[in-house]
Design a protein around this ligand. Structure first.
Ligand code: NAD
Length: 334
């Protein structure tokens, strides 16, 4: 039996609970042994709903002797909670990013066991459209890569004003660390390692909380251009990934929910020459509501089956993401 405790039952903690529930239908070797979140009022009802125990201290968490601890809390708690969980001998899945800064990420990775027992939730890898597009890139389906463009914009809502997510001390930054770090992860994977930050520019002025609200970045790896936009002032939730190569192109649009369903289409260079319009020659590879993304990530983590093009993110890879994040911060001007 794989025993799991969840620490932090907010938006994403609850996504993990749903994902675990759906995995339990396929694998009966998972047991959620408790939920710990000292700040929510419905801890008892939530625990009943998932047939588990509400926990009221970290001592109670580790008394349960979990194999895995899932952590989904504000970023300022990550360093301490990951360290304590690793020191208690557990495997850990912590939501991205790996702490608030490169300095914190390095501290985490210096804890005994971090190299072997720590994974970081970079679930964008497991959206079906993104997964297939990155697989196609790795299989040279587009010829030589010319450019990759990303747009990730959160629509947000008025109550965000008081959220920890806009508080520099709790979050470690603005739209670049969250949600932009997902894009840095994907760029780094696509590039294969030698990615360099060319330039960046940021905007703030709506929330006025001392964090960046929109960032545009240019990165490159040898001959490939990476063009990133990340924003928390987009009003319409937006996800776009465009791949442009010497032989063809791909486009992933949407994510799930307010972003719209995710579709991935692929087209060939000058497809129209084979008859019809360019659009008629395109191929729809994926159409999904994207709601299985956390379950797909957890399944790969808990029940690894084969070598995947995109596997769950190790602590070490998450550290590389923080290095790239830090390089972006150095390059960004206002
Ligand atoms: N992958 C994604 O798509 C995605 C999206 C949003 C957030 N995230 C990440 O998930 C994590 C959590 O974000 P969220 O949106 O769920 O935030 P949230 O504010 O909705 O939830 C955080 C939870 O942590 C709890 N908490 C606070 N202090 C705690 C403590 N000391 N011990 C235990 N629990 C505590 C809060 O009560 C709250 O329920 C962050 O790392 C964030 O970057 C990932």
């Amino acid at each position: 039996m794989i025993k799991i405790v969840l620490i932090g039952a907010g938006l994403i903690g609850r996504e993990r609970l749903k994902a675990l529930q759906s995995l339990k239908l396929a694998y009966n070797s998972i047991q959620l042994v408790g939920i710990y979140d000292p700040l929510i009022e419905d801890i008892k009802d939530l625990s009943d709903q998932y047939d588990t125990s509400p926990l009221f201290s970290l001592d109670e968490v580790f008394d349960k002797k979990p194999d895995w601890v899932f952590i989904a809390t504000p970023h300022d708690l990550i360093l301490d909670l990951v360290t304590t969980s690793l020191n208690n001998g557990c495997k850990v899945l912590v939501e991205k990013p790996l702490g608030r800064s490169l300095k914190e990420a390095k501290k985490i990775m210096s804890v005994k066991g971090a190299m072997e027992r720590l994974w970081v939730g970079f679930n964008y890898r497991f959206y079906r459209g993104i997964y297939e597009a990155v697989s196609d890139i790795k299989n040279n389906k587009f010829g030589d890569l010319v450019s990759i463009n990303f747009i990730l914009g959160h629509g947000g809502n008025p109550s965000m004003k008081d959220s920890w997510k806009l508080d520099y001390d709790k979050a470690g930054g603005g739209c670049l660390i969250d949600p932009g770090i997902h894009l840095l992860d994907l760029c780094r994977i696509i590039s294969g390692g030698n990615i360099e930050v060319v330039s960046g520019i940021k905007w703030d002025g709506f929330w006025n909380k001392g964090i960046e609200e929109e960032c545009h970045l240019l990165l490159r790896d040898n001959n490939v251009i990476f063009n990133i936009q990340t924003s928390i002032v987009r009003w319409k939730s937006t996800f776009v990934m465009e791949v442009n190569g010497t032989e063809g192109y791909g486009r992933v649009i949407g994510r799930n929910r307010s972003y719209g369903n995710q579709s991935y289409i692929r087209g060939k260079k000058w497809g129209w020459m084979k008859g019809g319009t360019q659009q008629e020659t395109e191929e729809k590879v994926v159409e999904t509501d994207g709601n299985d993304v956390f379950a797909r990530e957890l399944e790969s983590l808990l029940f690894p089956k084969q070598k995947l093009v995109l596997a769950p993110c190790s602590g070490n890879e998450a550290l590389s993401n923080m290095e790239l994040f830090d390089n972006c911060l150095k390059a960004i001007v206002k």
